[in-house]
Design a binder for this molecule. Structure first.
Ligand code: BMA
Length: 327
């Protein structure tokens, strides 16, 4: 094996030895499973996870868990933190799922983008909060079928920017849309396409946690879904987008950087799924704590270095939007 091969396969994301860090047995009330959590650091340094909790009817709500070190000692809200509210928001009838949290300095609030599961399919909803105790719901901003959304933390050229993933019969790709007020969205642009054929990220991709703003661009983890005869395989890829024009892809890696390997990722309610919805940045400004749902059953943690992610993209990324083999 050549040195180059060894370097290429060095793991970029390191699983925490305490994994999985949260599962149904930790919950203060009866649930089926907990997975796909949004994450943020509160002003006092506490890590807050907004967890997707599936109840024993199969419907999901969100519940906050707080920890001083982001690994253990979780204080979990004694009852659901944000429940679906179908009386006011009928599009939440079958639950709310997969939150992504963005702290927005201009608003001094956290904006949560989540999936609301309506009779008409899943759509993207927004809710704003200052404290994860009371929430202002904005309702559905992207109708069905659409999910995997997150807001960028600042305006781009005067407008808010939302990444999301509409589904179409031609494939499920990542789009970006703009709004003057978080309510009315337009200037839609295709941001990153799913590849085709045998690729690991063929046909269906979606944003994982909110983009990470770095001096070189928005670093984006995205998931790719491989359809196999024994079910879907969810893996993670990496791409970089231009800071002031986030629709423009600067680099995209060809291979996945993280996939289901550990027992808790390979087997669960849905086998072979790693699904991150949130990250926090460590005080060193380089280490990312990536929180991911494992097999739709538990929450796990993996760490990566922003510098290494950039180095990997420099070595393995490519900037052509379309290449012969993708067509
Ligand atoms: C996706 C989402 C995720 C889920 C994954 C695997 O479509 O619905 O919430 O973790 O499927 O079941």
């Amino acid at each position: 094996m050549s040195v180059a091969t060894i370097i290429r396969h060095e793991p970029l994301l390191l699983r925490h030895p305490a994994n999985p860090i949260l599962s149904a047995k930790d919950w203060p009330y009866s649930i089926n499973s907990v997975f796909n959590a949004g994450a943020t650091l509160l002003a006092d340094g506490t890590t807050l996870l907004l967890c997707r909790v599936e109840d024993r009817r199969g419907l999901s709500h969100l519940c906050a868990a707080r920890s001083r070190n982001g690994v253990d000692g979780w204080q979990i809200d004694s009852e659901p933190t944000l429940m679906p509210s179908p009386a006011e928001y009928p599009e939440e009838l079958w639950g709310i799922e997969d939150p992504r949290i963005t702290f927005v300095p201009e608003l001094q609030q956290y904006v949560i983008a989540y999936t609301s599961y309506s009779r008409g399919g899943p759509g993207v909803s927004l809710a704003l909060t200052k404290d994860f105790r009371s929430f202002e719901r904005y309702g559905v901003v992207m109708p069905a079928d659409d999910k995997d959304a997150a807001l960028l933390p600042r305006r781009i050229d005067g407008c808010w920017a939302l990444i999301h993933r509409p589904m179409t019969p031609l494939g499920s790709h990542m789009w970006i849309s703009y709004s003057p007020d978080l309510r009315y969205w337009g200037r839609h642009r295709l941001m990153l396409e799913a590849r085709r054929g045998a690729w690991w990220d063929a046909n269906k991709i979606g944003l994982s946690p909110p983009p990470i703003e770095t001096a070189r661009g928005w670093l984006v983890f995205y998931h790719g879904v491989r359809h196999t005869p024994s079910g879907c395989l969810y893996r993670l890829g990496l791409a970089l987008f231009e800071l002031e024009n986030p629709a423009k892809c600067l680099l995209r890696g060809d291979s996945w950087i993280f996939g289901p390997e550990a027992e808790y990722e390979r087997h669960g309610d849905v086998d072979d799924v790693v699904f991150p919805c949130g990250y926090t940045m460590a005080p060193d400004g380089d280490t990312i704590n990536l929180y991911y749902g494992a097999a739709d059953c538990s929450i796990a943690l993996a760490r990566a270095s922003v510098r290494s992610l950039h180095d990997w993209l420099d070595a393995n990324g490519c900037c052509n939007r379309r290449r012969a083999q993708d067509a």
